[in-house]
Design a protein around this ligand. Structure first.
Ligand SMILES: Cc1cc2nc3c(=O)[nH]c(=O)nc-3n(C[C@H](O)[C@H](O)[C@H](O)COP(=O)(O)OP(=O)(O)OC[C@H]3O[C@@H](n4cnc5c(N)ncnc54)[C@H](O)[C@@H]3O)c2cc1C
Length: 478
């Protein structure tokens, strides 16, 4: 009980036995599979930095709920300071792992449920908030990681959940029993689901009255009976299995499709069941919190990209080239504006009826919209500075080959004093940060597609006040 070390976290995953497939085969050694392990290591970093003097004060805080020190990834914010800390921790971690650490989505679910379960209870006199609070105590006391299972597979996008030919295209309740519910469906793009102890399910969209069976939120262990994780392909994934040309030698990211093949959920783990009018609040709160989380960790990843570009400038002999310096400035500018935007969303946050704090929705969505374009631009600048070997560097195995290796070493040398090996390693890291689809595509679609950010910005902005300001200046009375 209490804070877990990274070692204890990894050992605790060994006690779970999830059903998982990858490349058509059932996975038996999940924790030691190199592809999954690289993702587990990334989530493990959230435990590791809680042990390091440099980060401990930022990551570990007292939980008012259990009155014990907890990792911030189990703590729904209860002050502006907590909202700000979310961003700072994510930036440090993004910089530490150079990819996605995969633990923020669980916190975003916990934070959402800490607000919305209370709101549902107020209207319907249900008991969701106390159930959720018990679950939260369990998560905090055991320092658990959770995954956010939000994105349904959705079938025909022009149809709502109840209008689909196959009603399982959105996860739904197929049976209600005295002791709980049975759910069926599939959630796509489940970041790090096998690196987690718990899977937290929320609805993926606003729902109408006809969609009652889809209005469900709950938590199940990641190895619950009937749950099947199918690990998706990502560019460069075979390199991790192959143990060669990996790029980021420590961490990676994977996203399974998770199938709920009639999974039983006991009532004490059900946090919404049938209250369709609260689905929208759940989705907006979760996705906005998640969009804010992204801004922190992606500004941290840009920090790594800046470091890689600067190092290659040293290795290649372009450290004094003025357009490279300009491009570094442009990268820094992107990291800092992204960071500033999600920090602003925190400082403009507010207390909710449940006592939890919530960020400013418009600023959080503006931050994510900015991320979708500007991280891609930062990647372009990093690749521009680095040069063409990001695309087609010979393999480590060619360098190790006795015939061609010495020739490659001769021809791929650049500035004296920097080894060819170090230069190659840095190119590989740049390739990974630029082209690892499981991470880079999340800049665009993670937390919802860009249009969802736009719609939220338009809906949540106080447009009448802007019109009033313009009319006042123009001398128009009403
Ligand atoms: C790397 C990565 C990690 C992710 N991690 C997670 C995770 O951990 N948990 C989780 O739950 N989700 C996760 N997601 C899922 C993410 O939230 C979704 O990808 C996103 O919401 C888009 O959904 P979709 O992929 O089904 O695309 P679609 O919804 O099909 O969207 C594709 C395009 O079609 C448009 N579109 C679709 N339907 C309509 C419509 N009815 N009207 C108008 N336009 C429409 C969209 O705006 C977009 O332009 C992740 C995604 C990625 C890429």
């Amino acid at each position: 009980m209490g804070l877990k070390t990274k070692k204890e976290y990894i050992e605790s995953l060994r006690a779970l036995h999830p059903t998982a497939y990858m490349f058509g085969e059932r996975l038996t050694d999940i924790v030691d599979n190199p592809r999954i392990r690289a993702g587990i290591e990334a989530t493990g970093a959230t435990y590791e930095i809680a042990e390091l003097d440099e980060y401990r004060d930022l990551v570990v805080t007292m939980s008012p709920l259990i009155n014990e020190p907890v990792n911030r990834f189990t703590l729904p914010p209860s002050s502006i300071e907590d909202l700000v800390a979310r961003v700072k921790v994510n930036r440090k971690l993004g910089n530490f792992v150079g990819t996605c650490h995969q633990r923020c989505t669980g916190l975003d679910c916990l934070s959402t449920l800490s607000i919305v379960t209370y709101d549902i209870d107020r209207k319907h006199q249900t008991g969701y908030h106390s159930r959720f609070t018990e679950f939260l105590k369990y998560v905090q006391k055991n320092d658990l990681s959770a995954n956010a299972a939000v994105t349904d597979v959705k079938g025909d996008r022009s149809l709502g959940p109840s209008d689909q030919d196959d009603r399982d295209m959105y996860l739904r309740v197929v049976e209600k029993r005295d002791d709980g519910i049975v759910v069926r469906g599939a959630k796509a793009h489940q970041t790090g689901s096998l690196s987690c102890h718990e899977i937290i399910v929320l609805p993926t969209r606003a729902l109408g009255k006809a969609d009652k069976e889809y209005a469900v939120a709950f938590a199940v262990p990641s190895d619950a009976e009937g749950l099947i994780h199918v690990v998706g392909r990502s560019t460069l994934d075979m390199r991790e299995l192959d143990g060669c040309d990996i790029g980021n030698t420590l961490y990676s990211k994977y996203c399974p499709t998770v199938i709920f093949n009639d999974v039983f959920v006991p009532w004490e783990r059900v946090f919404m069941c049938g209250e369709t009018e609260f689905a929208q609040e759940m989705v907006v709160k979760f996705s906005s919190l998640h969009r804010q989380s992204h801004g922190g960790c992606k500004s941290g990843k840009i920090d790594c990209m800046i470091g890689a570009a600067l190092t290659l400038m040293d290795y290649n002999g372009t450290a004094k080239v003025s357009h490279h310096k300009q491009k570094i400035i442009d990268m820094i500018h992107r990291a800092e504006t992204l960071y500033a935007c999600c920090l602003a969303a925190s400082y403009e946050g507010s207390k909710q009826p449940s006592g939890s704090y919530y960020i400013d929705t418009v600023l959080a969505n503006a931050s994510k919209l900015h991320e979708g374009k500007e991280v891609a631009e930062a990647i372009r600048l990093m690749v521009d500075i680095s040069g063409g070997f990001v695309a087609d560097l010979p393999s480590d195995r060619d360098f190790a080959n006795p015939e061609v290796g010495p020739l490659l070493r001769k021809y791929l040398k650049a500035v004296d004093g920097h080894s060819v090996e170090d230069r190659m390693k840095m190119y590989r890291l740049v390739e990974k940060m630029a082209l690892e689809s499981a991470d880079t595509i999340s800049d665009i679609h993670g937390g919802g597609s860009p249009e969802a950010h736009r719609v939220t910005i338009y809906r949540e902005t106080d447009l009448p006040s802007k019109k009033r300001a313009a009319k006042r200046l123009a001398g128009i009375d009403k």
